[in-house]
Design a protein around this ligand. Structure first.
Ligand SMILES: Nc1nc2c(c(=O)[nH]1)N[C@H]1C(S)=C(S)[C@@H](COP(=O)(O)OP(=O)(O)OC[C@H]3O[C@@H](n4cnc5c(=O)[nH]c(N)nc54)[C@H](O)[C@@H]3O)O[C@H]1N2
Ligand SMILES: Nc1nc2c(c(=O)[nH]1)N[C@H]1C(S)=C(S)[C@@H](COP(=O)(O)OP(=O)(O)OC[C@H]3O[C@@H](n4cnc5c(=O)[nH]c(N)nc54)[C@H](O)[C@@H]3O)O[C@H]1N2
Ligand code: SF4
Ligand SMILES: [Mo]
Length: 701
């Protein structure tokens, strides 16, 4: 058999690196960075080779599984799909449409088939109880985009290719490879900024891998970034640094005045006392930001999934706008992708149109906050959730209070999981439908081209064949939808949708042809290293799609949130605040079964500052107990001055010691789950996003 060379985009994270893959007889021989990729220019990270391990993982499911009397059995696709679809419809006939909930996890947006075909299936279920990883993650970005620019997916990205001053707040792109900002080769791009005499400042309670490469690191008390940002806004007003430039006509002047009045009380004394950053440091940082030629503020997970996550993302956009760093080169900019996901206009913001049953938290974009899922299953009463569909998600490990979710899922009448593993979440299912994945699927990173710091388009064919009899994700979703509609018609007479059905290539082809660049899929296929569609360009006010066509710099929801913030009491001092951490060879909860990703020392440790370690008589490697309001876990301590005093950092996605999983490598190195400590009752009051950073905890030795 000849060795073939295939080019493809890595689908594991948001950086969409180009890969060069050697394949012989459907076996992957090697995976390297594609030097000719128009965007990533050869960059990859250690996870890329995980795609080979994923393809070969003996624990990965290839055939559907059905649970009978507590035992798993392989079954045919016909039986599995009919069982899943009919059970869903039966629950809805008995208990109403909302009795079925849907949870969609992170790989949904990293799989083309799921991105394009799951929405139609989910719509066919007609439930208001939809959940996803968004509300444990980037919800604040979407809410700000929805209310300020008119569409939640019209999210600005930092133009790091041209900025002179990049402020990273609560992000660690050297490890995460960038998020809500598709930018392969972060290291190279940081170096480029420094070579043109620009600066990078990291604001984080931990001195991170990114801080090491940056020009300055500022330690901040977890959960207090909103004061830092409001203080900066006040500084901008006090020092007459407002420059609206080409956006002036698109913004109501009275709103600019209202913001100025609202931030008036955030002086250096207040900000310093909340953030634990000295007044001198604050004032130096504020001055540097205002003096920089082209500056951009960028905030990520550390501030998104936080008590004031929603407000932080409004504040970051607003600061970039007020200082003339918005929709201009080197500031925050919008993409012009070949498939544009943010062109739809809505008469009202898609927020708060309905609320969760037990806690009355608001919907965003058709989804309720995931921190409410467990209680909406467990609490008896009208509208209780009785059945669940999960796809590409592992909420037991990724959503606060995983133990409560374990109980909730066990109590369901029916559960189906579309997933490639029998893991902590899917073990509760009655049926698992495993699609082909990774190198076996064609790919086009729709979502990430929309968030990229340079416009490109890249289509990849599958690099290897899927195993015999396996189905692609879009086939599973199409068949489920058809079965749901046919069975419902038979049982209730409810009409089927009359939308035509398409193949994956047809659907992508239409989106490309009707997109801003009018590309054809055939043409795109001729460019295996991707097509360069040009640098980001200013696009406002033309592309604003708010109801009045203006840029709403101060939407009502944020006015109220600012008032709440101004009136908020100083929080009592907690013994410790717990924050999260990511590791270069890990990807949320699901790549720990790939041996090359988990070999070497245990990375699931609790970082503790040396002075705190001394107070509690903790030595490096000691097992310590960490207690939150809901639970206590035991974990090895790693004593390090990279973490701020009074703060503890634990990575998430571990805790593979639950019974009934089929993950040999992962269970050998179980770790503990961060979300056994994270409290489902702690959410951002404004947006409903889960709080997974700055959780009050104590240490027991
Ligand atoms: N404490 C804490 N919690 C967090 C975070 C944190 O930093 N700290 N991060 C949050 C963030 S940012 C996110 S995005 C969420 C992630 O939350 P989730 O999306 O719920 O969790 P993942 O760990 O990404 O789980 C992915 C699931 O998809 C399956 N899977 C992988 N590939 C495929 C595929 O091709 N098809 C299908 N059908 N399934 C597949 C895996 O087996 C796994 O079950 O976690 C959040 N939770
Ligand atoms: N290797 C790897 N890459 C990944 C993932 C992975 O699991 N592993 N997950 C992917 C996913 S789903 C996402 S969403 C992205 C996330 O991408 P990032 O947001 O870049 O990644 P994190 O490592 O979660 O960075 C959060 C940072 O916030 C800091 N932090 C915590 N609390 C606070 C706070 O209160 N204030 C401030 N200022 N900082 C705080 C933490 O110390 C940490 O350095 O990464 C993606 N890429
Ligand atoms: S950085 Fe992300 S996209 Fe690039 S190789 Fe690593 S996992 Fe894949
Ligand atoms: Mo995420």
């Amino acid at each position: 058999m000849p060795i073939e060379t295939k080019y493809r985009t890595c689908n594991l994270c948001e950086a969409i690196c180009g890969l060069e893959i050697k394949v012989e007889d459907n076996k992957v021989i090697s995976i390297r960075g594609d030097e000719e990729d128009t965007f990533s220019r050869g960059h990859i990270c250690p996870k890329a080779v995980g795609l080979k391990d994923l393809h070969e993982d003996p624990d990965r499911l290839k055939n559907p599984l059905i649970k009978r009397n507590g035992q798993w059995h392989e079954t045919t696709w016909e039986e599995a799909i009919a069982y899943a679809a009919r059970s869903i419809v039966d629950v809805q006939i008995t208990h109403g449409k909302d009795a079925v909930a849907v949870y969609q996890g992170n790989p949904s947006v990293h799989n083309l088939g799921t991105s394009l075909f799951s929405p139609d299936f989910v719509r066919s279920i007609k439930t208001k109880n939809r959940y996803s990883a968004t509300s444990v993650d980037q919800l604040g970005h979407h809410l700000a985009a929805e209310t300020m620019f008119g569409n939640g997916l019209f999210v600005p990205v930092p133009d790091i290719n041209r900025t002179d001053f990049w402020v990273i707040i609560g992000g660690n792109p050297m490890v995460s490879n960038g998020s809500m900002m598709t930018a392969p080769d972060i290291r190279g791009r940081i170096r480029d900024i420094q070579e043109r005499e620009g600066r990078i400042v990291v604001i984080d309670p931990r001195f991170t891998e990114t801080s090491e490469k940056a020009d300055e690191h500022i330690f901040i008390k977890p959960g207090t970034d909103i004061w830092l940002l409001m203080g900066l806004m006040n500084f901008v007003y006090q020092n007459d640094n407002i420059q609206l430039g080409h956006l002036a006509d698109a913004i109501d002047e009275y709103k600019i005045e209202a913001i100025g009045q609202a931030v008036d009380s955030f002086d250096l004394d207040i900000v310093a006392s909340r953030t634990k950053i000295s007044k001198e440091k604050l004032s130096q940082f504020y001055t540097d930001y205002c003096n920089a030629n082209r500056a951009v503020l960028y905030g990520r997970l550390g501030i998104s999934a936080n008590k004031f996550g929603g407000l932080c993302h409004w504040a970051i956009n607003t600061l970039n706008i007020l200082t003339g760093n918005f929709d201009t080169e080197g500031g925050a900019m919008f993409t012009n992708p070949a498939v544009n996901v943010s062109s739809k206009k809505s008469p009202v913001p898609r927020f708060g149109r309905w609320h969760s049953r037990v806690r009355n938290l608001p919907e965003y974009g058709g989804e309720l906050p995931s921190s409410t899922l467990a209680e909406d299953i467990l609490e008896p009463g009208e509208g209780q959730i009785r059945a669940l569909i999960t796809s590409c998600g592992n909420p037991v490990l990724s959503v606060p209070n995983g133990r409560k979710l374990d109980d909730a899922f066990e109590s369901l009448d029916f559960m189906v999981s579309i997933d490639i593993y029998l893991n902590e979440t899917t073990r509760h299912a009655d049926v698992i439908l495993p699609p082909a994945t990774g190198l076996e699927t064609p790919h086009y990173p729709i979502g990430f081209h929309n968030l990229a710091i340079h416009n490109t388009a890249n289509y990849s064919d599958a690099a290897v064949d899927k195993s015999e009899g396996a189905l692609y994700d879009w086939e599973i979703f199409s068949r489920l939808k058809k079965e749901v509609e046919e069975y419902r018609l038979e049982k209730t007479g409810e009409e089927k949708s009359d939308k035509p059905t398409f193949t994956l290539e047809q659907k992508l082809g239409f989106l490309l042809e009707f997109g801003p660049h009018k590309l054809s899929l055939e043409e795109l296929k001729k460019h295996p290293h991707g097509l360069d569609l040009g640098a980001l360009e200013p696009q406002l006010p033309k592309r604003l799609i708010t109801p009045d066509g203006k840029l709403n710099i101060y939407p009502d929801i944020y006015q109220k949130a600012v008032e709440r913030l101004v009136n908020s009491q100083v929080e009592e001092d907690h013994e410790f605040l717990l924050i999260g951490r990511r590791n270069l060879r890990s990807n949320n909860s699901w790549m720990h079964n790939l041996h090359r990703m988990t070999k070497g020392p245990n990375t699931c440790t609790a970082l503790v500052h040396p002075e705190d370690a001394e107070t509690y008589n903790i030595n490096d490697g000691d097992h310590i107990k960490i207690r939150s309001r809901i639970n206590v876990v035991e974990i090895p301590a790693e004593v390090s001055d990279e973490i701020m005093k009074g703060t503890i950092s634990i990575p998430h996605g571990w805790g593979h010691n639950r019974e009934g999983i089929r993950l040999q490598t992962a269970s050998a190195k179980a770790g503990v789950s961060f979300n056994d400590l994270a409290d489902d009752q702690l959410v951002d009051e404004l947006s409903g996003v889960s709080v997974i950073n700055a959780i009050p905890v104590s240490i027991e030795v």
